[in-house]
Ligand binder design. Structure first.
Ligand code: GSH
Length: 296
């Protein structure tokens, strides 16, 4: 969108202290939370607290709408910590996971330690700690009670405070996906990584200055696979924006499929816009000021 490009061009030219201060005040888009459905919110919260050391951040029960929600994570969402929004629909005992969503990545200085703690709390370790196939990073996989995977990654030098470091999504065409996240959602492409022996390529996109600064999307392209099954368990990632209307314009210009026009949600008034990427992964952009108001 032209308005956005003007802002970018201006910020690149800023040199004075005042301008720098103004730029620092400007809203920085960030990853807010991932939304998915689980059979039993209480069971999931207990698991994430005991096995993965998360905290219960907030919860609500909406009996009229027959669902309940809980948010878990490692710190205050208003201070930039990522969270998981778990949804339990009354009476729905299981969901279909599909394979379009991959996993959540958690960074830790010591994978063995975290995995042993999780195991002691009853976690299912589906891949024991050790170097990733074809690489050196020590990693492991843990599966939660609904089948969602958490990749535990050894990152001793990581700068960010939040252990949450990745949401992995599989895509049919990595280049198309990375361009989409840059153009439609203003992310930065950090790097790609080809694993020839295992026939896949990864691409990392996000909002910080570098991948070390916070959450990224890890986009995985498997050779010869152009489509994935989205299932009905994983729903979306929520991102913040300072203007849902400008964001919608930009999404539209980048060819996104807008699934909900920008505007306030009935009842709570929070302005959002939602869209799907070229692979069908859903995103919702949430007005940052409205989001903060939900905590009052
Ligand atoms: N075919 C894999 C998929 O779609 O999940 C490609 C992605 C992949 O293999 N990622 C690495 C992995 O899961 C982590 S970057 N490795 C498993 C292991 O090392 O055991």
């Amino acid at each position: 969108a032209p308005a956005h490009r003007r802002r970018t061009a201006t910020s690149l030219r800023m040199t004075t202290t005042a301008a720098a201060a103004a730029a620092a005040e400007k809203h920085q888009p960030r990853f807010l939370h991932a939304v998915y459905r689980v059979a039993d919110v209480q069971r999931s919260v207990d698991y994430y607290v005991r096995a993965l050391g998360m905290r219960l951040l907030r919860e609500r029960d909406m009996p009229q709408d027959r669902f309940k929600n809980a948010f878990v994570g490692y710190g205050d969402e208003r201070e930039g910590y990522f969270s998981l929004e778990l949804t339990e629909n009354y009476g729905v005992k299981s969901y279909h996971l599909g394979d379009a969503f991959g996993h959540f990545g958690l960074a830790t200085p010591n994978v063995h330690e975290l995995v042993e703690r999780a195991r002691a709390a009853g976690a299912e370790v589906t891949r024991e700690p050790g170097p990733v196939q074809g690489g050196r990073t020590v990693m492991a996989f843990i599966r939660d009670p609904d089948g969602f995977l958490f990749e535990i990654l050894e990152r001793p030098q990581r700068r960010a405070r939040d252990p949450f470091c990745q949401v992995m999504l599989r895509v049919g065409d990595l280049q198309r996906a990375m361009q989409f996240y840059e153009r439609a959602l203003g992310m930065r492409a950090f790097r790609t990584h080809r694993n020839e022996a295992h026939h896949y390529t990864l691409g990392f996109v996000g909002y910080g200055e570098s991948e070390q600064d916070g959450m990224v999307l890890e986009l995985t392209e498997n050779d010869g696979v152009s489509e994935y099954d989205h299932g009905d368990a994983y729903a979306q990632v929520a991102l913040s924006t300072d203007d849902v209307y400008a964001a919608a314009e930009r999404l539209r210009n980048a060819g996104a499929n807008i699934t909900r026009e920008p505007g306030p949600l009935p009842g709570i008034g929070t302005k959002i816009v939602s869209a799907r990427d070229p692979d069908g992964h859903k995103f919702v952009l949430v007005d940052w000021t409205d989001f903060l108001r939900e905590f009052e």
